[in-house]
Design a protein around this ligand. Structure first.
Ligand SMILES: [Zn+2]
Length: 120
């Protein structure tokens, strides 16, 4: 008697995760301070959330100019921050950059991950 209900496609929070580089795409963050920073902001996240981000939310993070990158790297190297989660990594980057386009892209990631990981 029961009708087959159309199931809503939802993200299953399985254990499968993979690595997300907060500073992407790799072909733009490929050398010097840009690459050094990129290599230090890698977080394990659920694959489904990861795919949503890249497919629908954000396609690239603008690379700040050389002076800004060098300053950010020096801050990073001096503070040697340890991040408890991806949110704290994003917040560090936002608070250590004055590049508007860069910060906008990071804020998009912040909102997205906050909702996906901790929102209801
Ligand atoms: Zn990614």
């Amino acid at each position: 008697m029961s009708k087959k209900r159309k199931r809503r496609r939802i993200c299953t929070y399985s254990n499968s995760t993979n690595k997300h580089h907060l500073l992407f795409q790799g072909r733009h963050w490929k050398s010097g301070y840009a690459k050094m920073l990129r290599d230090n902001f890698i977080f394990e996240i659920p694959i489904c959330i990861h795919q949503n981000l890249h497919n629908h939310i954000l396609f690239d993070v603008p690379v700040p100019n050389g002076q800004e990158l060098s300053r950010m790297w020096k801050d990073f190297d001096r503070e040697k921050p340890e991040f408890c989660d991806i949110i704290s990594g994003i917040k560090w980057l936002i608070s250590h950059s004055e590049d508007e386009r860069f910060c906008d892209a990071m804020k998009k990631q912040l909102d997205f991950f906050y909702n996906e990981l901790y929102g209801q």
